[in-house]
Write a protein that binds this ligand. Structure first.
Ligand SMILES: *Cc1c(COP(=O)(O)O)cnc(C)c1O
Length: 393
């Protein structure tokens, strides 16, 4: 008979691009009893999740709920419901996740117009506007708020109004921003937005919070043909998450418990203090990295507080540094993707992981791993710079 070992995953310090660390209260919520997906107790949790999601998305949108699936399922939901055959769609492409949305939109039958920018730079709003202007009838503009592959923060607050001037809807990928940075759906006139549970929200991966404006839902209801996806068809899902309670698919009960508890933690902390915590830890991390002589990959002035892309110095073995961090410091950071493969590390300080202790840990761990490969670093300079940043904050 085969014997299979008991699961024994290590409890890592997760400082990559997600998943991030999960609060013990959220882990405990996962152990709550599984009930039926139409159980009155579960229906109450569903209603509270919708309310709490409206709080973090800063919206009054009725259609606000977690899609069953990871962040990419949220993306598919937004695109599959808003795109009809031949629709003209403008997508900002300056990293992995803009490219992914462009690929998905194309598969759904859209004519995609990619507005590209160099990796590490924002997509200039004027270029997005020019792309909209050039089209007779643009249907949708989509950008990535926080591009996790490069560490770039895209300015988005005016893009909704801009898209509306050209008769287009505005969709936004907030997979890495929700719970770390202000995401102001109503104020910015965002029509469709998707996120995930495992980055800024601080729950395990498995659900994708989404929100759709009245304008977006009018477009969904005015579709000529049914949504191309059965599973992500909002017209059907809203009858389960809405008042009808009509069975569509079985909601992942325990993941919804986890999301509920994670959102309760966010509400207790408050959005403003939470954003401030992310900014302070990020400022200390960046000060430390620069003091160590490292360079940041994202354009100055547009750097994310929750995800920092750091250039791998010449003659340093990227994979060996990451292996040392994991083996000697039990800490995970992310590797570079695409054109950044082997060229950057991605250090995440998202949600629960955004802690002063983690900033000091990763700075001293990096100092040790880089020194081991012969890089000359003034020992202690990074920790000192980080300390100063905290004291100045
Ligand atoms: C992680 C990520 C995604 C994909 O989310 P999954 O949960 O991995 O499916 C999409 N967009 C951005 C910006 C991300 O960081």
């Amino acid at each position: 008979m085969n014997s299979y070992p008991e699961l024994q995953p290590a409890a890592r310090v997760l400082l990559g691009p997600g998943p991030s660390n999960v609060h013990p209260r959220v882990m405990r919520a996962l152990l709550s009893p599984v009930v039926g997906h139409l159980d009155p107790d579960f229906l109450r949790v569903m209603e509270d999740i919708k309310k709490l999601l409206r709080l973090v998305f800063q919206t009054s949108n009725e259609i606000t709920f977690p899609v069953s699936g990871t962040g990419s399922a949220g993306m598919e939901t937004a695109l599959a419901n808003l795109i009809e055959d031949g629709d003209e769609v403008v997508i900002g492409a300056n990293g992995v996740f803009g490219d992914r949305a462009a690929d998905a939109a194309e598969r759904l039958g859209a004519k995609v117009h990619r507005v590209e920018a160099e990796w590490g730079r924002i997509v200039e709003p004027e270029r997005l506007e020019a792309a909209l202007k050039a089209l007779r009838k643009p249907k949708l503009l989509l950008v990535v708020h926080a591009e996790t592959s490069t560490g770039v923060l895209q300015p988005v607050s005016e893009l909704g109004r801009m898209a509306h001037r050209y008769g287009a809807l505005f969709a936004m990928d907030a997979v890495t921003s929700l719970g770390c940075l202000p995401v102001e759906i109503d104020k910015w006139e965002v029509d469709a937005c998707y996120s995930c549970t495992q980055k800024g929200i601080g729950a395990p991966p498995g659900l994708a919070p989404v929100t759709f404006s009245t304008r977006a839902m009018e477009a969904v209801r005015a579709r000529k043909a049914k949504c191309r996806s059965w599973y992500f068809d909002l017209a059907m899902i809203e009858r389960y998450w809405g008042a009808d309670r009509l069975y569509h698919h079985t909601a992942p009960i325990t993941m919804n418990y986890a999301l509920y508890e994670a959102l309760r933690l966010i509400a207790e902390e408050g959005l403003e203090p939470r954003f401030k915590r992310h900014l302070e830890n990020s400022a200390a991390l960046k000060a430390g990295l620069l003091a160590m002589g490292l360079e940041l990959a994202a354009q100055e002035g547009y750097r994310l507080p929750q995800l920092t892309a750091v250039r791998v110095p010449d003659r340093i073995d990227d994979a060996k540094v990451r292996a040392d961090l994991l083996r000697l410091f039990n800490t995970e950071v992310g590797a570079g993707l695409g054109p950044f493969k082997g060229k950057v590390w991605r250090i995440g300080l998202m949600g629960e992981s955004s802690r002063r202790a983690n900033v000091m840990l990763i700075l001293s761990a990096l100092e040790s791993a880089l020194t081991a490969q012969g890089m000359e670093i003034a020992r202690g300079a990074a920790l000192l710079a980080a300390d100063r940043a905290y004291n100045d904050a």
